[in-house]
Design a protein around this ligand. Sequence first.
Ligand code: ADP
Length: 512
Amino acid sequence: MIESYASLTPVLLLDRAAQSFAERTAVVDGDVVLTYREFAARCERLSGALIEAGIRPGDRVGALCSNSHVMLEVHFGALLAGAVLVPMNTRLAGAELAYVLKHSGARLLVTTSEFAAAGAALADSLELGMLAEGEAYEHALTQAEPRRVETTDERALMSINYTSGTTGRSKGVMYHHRGAFLQSVAMAYHTALQPGTKYLWTLPMFHCHGWSFPFAVTGAGGTHVCLRSIDLARIWEEIRGGATHFSAAPTVLTMIADHAAAGAGAPHPVAVTTGGAPPTPTLLERMAALNLHVTHAYGLTETFGPVMVNQWQPEWDERSAGERASMTARQGIANLIARPPRVVDAEGRDVADDGIEVGELLIRGNDVMLGYYRDEESTRAASHEGWFRTGDLAVMHPDGYVEIRDRLKDVIISGGENIASVEVERALDSHPAVSESAVVGRADDHWGQVPVAFVNLRPGAEVTVGELQDHVRTQLARYKVPKVIHFGELPKTTTGKVQKNVLRTSGGKDAR
Ligand code: ADP
């Protein structure tokens, strides 16, 4: 019989690269440079080493790693061993890391050198096996036979990605092989990856598997350029040195655009993917002026990262600059492998596609999680007749494009009127002195809530509270103008998102 079916798994992408791009550079990580022949062999040996260390199909393997060749190797190595990968947020505190390891039931921990000491302490107290970058890791790889356990069920659990917990206790999002494979295809398609691509790792690989780019760049035969930490001057050096692609949350893009090394921008067009929070039209325009061309995507950990993308249509080139900017700020449509989303009202009915009526965004299809690990209650709470409830409020435009208005919990209700924090932030960010802003609600005896803004100014820029309020008033109704404005750096999560929960509790203390 002719075999016309193979389980979809990211391992197929490694196999493609190993056969077709064997001599191309797979990874550059400081002094470590590997071809795809070498990289694929190391992944198979790591799989062998994991199996020798007692890892059996379905066992969980934690990874506490910076963006590095080790993290890329464990992405494929764990899958080749049939294990379930648990990427860990390297900026969590010891107790939080211990929670992730315990909750996932990890049996072994792989670390890069930066986290070897922290990892050893965890491995000790939780009695886990450990493989730390350096001699131990290299020795294990040299000793081990290359091994692979075939994935026969593409719907099997592939990894558990813990959410950053901005919305409460961290939950373990269960990924499947099929979803990760398809999501990689979508990323390769939407960002046009190919042999010759130099993908700069500004996005943490531990966050939603770096939006599946470890797999996608590999399948496309591109080169992974590892950045072990965010170093803005180095990012500009890498861009000038030939990086063709990178991804980052809007706040990181703001830092890149604001940096002294930005100068006249990139010498060649760079494909940038952003998401995780809404980029403002102002930021998108500034990026384009620096030859950094942004594709705007939307997603959550639960949807393997970007499940929607602001697909550009050629006719839009003809529109005015202002219109183009507001088109780009929309979150968009289903990505290549996703299913069309819905926006529904409180009764579960689709809202009108008028760009005005607000409802909750629902998603289903190939790149949605299996559920939350060992947490049926949260899984049930997140589903509605087979659809995943995103907790995001959105409108549906007449052309089928979705625009996020706010997170359900971030909406400010003032005098009975809803204020979308995003809309106020956009107005603030359009002032030339503003680098970025965040708006939250503060309890108010009279209005219920009032908007309070936190604003970070561009280097050297000056503006008064009154001037900023006047600026917002030219664009928005009076009740949406922040009553209080604080200046200073915004608190960020480890993935570059503004921590509105932190701002909410600090809001109003040192009011101006
Ligand atoms: P956490 O919920 O822990 O912050 P996620 O990274 O899964 O972790 O965050 C997903 C959320 O980020 C979405 O629910 C949405 O509110 C927000 N988000 C992601 N992309 C965008 C975007 N392009 N525009 C607006 N909001 C976005």
